[in-house]
Structures are given as structure tokens and as C-alpha cells.
Design a protein around this ligand. Structure first.
Ligand code: I3S
Length: 126
């Protein structure tokens, strides 16, 4: 139950819009499908919501994220070769899911990189 999990365990380290696409799921390559998400970084997870309203709705007991990335043991790296877009990074999880994220503004994109790296480095499997 997402709202309960949220109330019990999560605080927002960073929040805002990012373009993203899943690249691999359980090691299997997927067709890219870039979308803009409202992204929430917590100590444990990177959560992708359809928009800011959907995040608020989840906190009020309605709905859940579109995508939830487990940061424990994950890796985040620059991914220039994985896309023609600029400022692209890839998060690779222990369960071999890969998500690309991107922002046209390099400062914004780097700020997410550093935030995610910091969260990962505070987790036991890093
Ligand atoms: O790395 P790829 O496969 O060339 O990625 C592009 C394609 O997925 C493309 O869609 P098609 O599945 O119709 O070929 C997407 O529209 C592009 O956005 C993908 O590349 P970028 O470079 O934007 O990540």
C-alpha cells in the first residue's frame, strides 16, 4: 500500500520534472518510450509519477507511482552512447532494470545525478 509506505518511511530528498524512458527490464531490452515524469527522490527509491498532481494524490491515499526504482545497490552513470539526447544518464538496478533520464538543462540533469549518487552511497549495498 503506497500511501502507508510513504507515511511510514519516506522523505523527499529532491523533486521535479525529468524526461525518462525505461531501457531494460529484468535484463531484457525494451523499445524506448520517452515521457516526462514528476520525479521524487527518497532515501530508498526513485519514484516516477505522471505529474505533480499524481504525487499529491498518492499522498492523499489515491494511486501510486508509474515506476519505482530501488536505489539499493544501483548505479548511476552518464549515458551519452545510449541516446542522441543531451545530458542523459542511466540508472541500473540490481535486478537489471535500466532507466534513462534526461533534462535539456545540464545543471538540472547534473543536480539529479549528484542527488541520486548521494542517495545510493548512503545505502548498505553501495
Ligand atoms: O536508441 P534508439 O533505439 O535509436 O532510440 C530511439 C528510438 O527508440 C526511437 O523510436 P523508434 O522505436 O520508433 O525507433 C525514439 O523515438 C527515439 O527517441 C530514440 O532515441 P533517443 O536518441 O531519443 O534516445
Amino acid at each position: 500500500n503506497w500511501p502507508q509506505l510513504w507515511d511510514g518511511h519516506m522523505c523527499v530528498l529532491k523533486e521535479g520534472p525529468l524526461n525518462r524512458t525505461k531501457m531494460t527490464e529484468n535484463g531484457k531490452r525494451l523499445r524506448k518510450n520517452w515521457t516526462t515524469s514528476h520525479v521524487i527522490l527518497t532515501e530508498l527509491f526513485l519514484l516516477f509519477f505522471k505529474d505533480a498532481k499524481s504525487f499529491i494524490a498518492m499522498k492523499n491515499g489515491n494511486g501510486r507511482p508509474e515506476l519505482c526504482i530501488d536505489l539499493n545497490g544501483a548505479l548511476v552513470q552518464k549515458a551519452d552512447k545510449m541516446s542522441s539526447r543531451k545530458n542523459v544518464y542511466v540508472i541500473s538496478t540490481v535486478l537489471r532494470t535500466q532507466v534513462l533520464f534526461q533534462n535539456d538543462c545540464n545543471i538540472q540533469a547534473e543536480s539529479w545525478l549528484y542527488g541520486i549518487q548521494a542517495a545510493i552511497s548512503n545505502l548498505p549495498c553501495s
